[in-house]
Design a protein around this ligand. Sequence first.
Ligand code: MG
Ligand code: MG
Length: 268
Amino acid sequence: MLRRSEPRVIKLKSPREIGLMRDAGRLVAQALDKVRQMAVPGATTADFDEAVAAMFREHGAIPLFRGYPSSMKGKPPFPAVICASINDQVVHGIPNRRPLREGDIVSIDTGCKLNGWCGDSAVTLAIGEVSPQNQRLLTVTQETLDLAIRAMGRCRYWSEVASLMEQYVKSQKMFVVEKFVGHGIGQDMHEEPQVPNFVSPALKKNDILLEPGTVLAIEPMVALGTKDVRTLDDGWTVETKDHSSAAHFEHTVAMTREGPRVLTYLND
Ligand code: MG
Ligand code: MG
């Protein structure tokens, strides 16, 4: 997690730097697309992890998640290149060799640094046919991200966007997980500011101006039954307290003079 530093400094990126971030973001998108193609019943999240690690290696990119220090005392650093969070797991799940089953939903989050610049994106995938509630959860979470990206083109401050995200999730009788938030991104994966998916007190006090050069990782996490989460003993895996399903979608988005530009789309 990010530590709050005062005064907060948001590093604005030039058009050239945003272009370099697009290259990193495209590679992350290609990695997630590869996982999407592999995501069938019987596949394992360890297979996904190996495929993404190989792809980053081939392109000379540095994986951003492996070795990331735990925020919990005495816990090991993150051991993999992707996070894979299944069903009631929200984020930071560790890939393993258990075969995925028809009806599972699995959130895959990954990031890399290419030529000194970072990309970060996540998607929740359906394994085979999933329940109508889980399908609805995926749709609503994806729509929450999409509406946020569109709103960035007409809102001056992030709190306006966060309010729309929060209201939309509420209107669908689902819950925004508040414990984890998006972030600024650039030469480091986690830069200032923190980017909540709801209007937090901290955001009200210190709002984010959506000016050209601002690059944010926008990442709504939505659960069916609660916003409350707990971290497992492994020091990483976050699950919903009521074991209801959760989904997570993320894009790296740059504000430009022409409006928001998604740097982690597969195609322009
Ligand atoms: Mg991410
Ligand atoms: Mg992120």
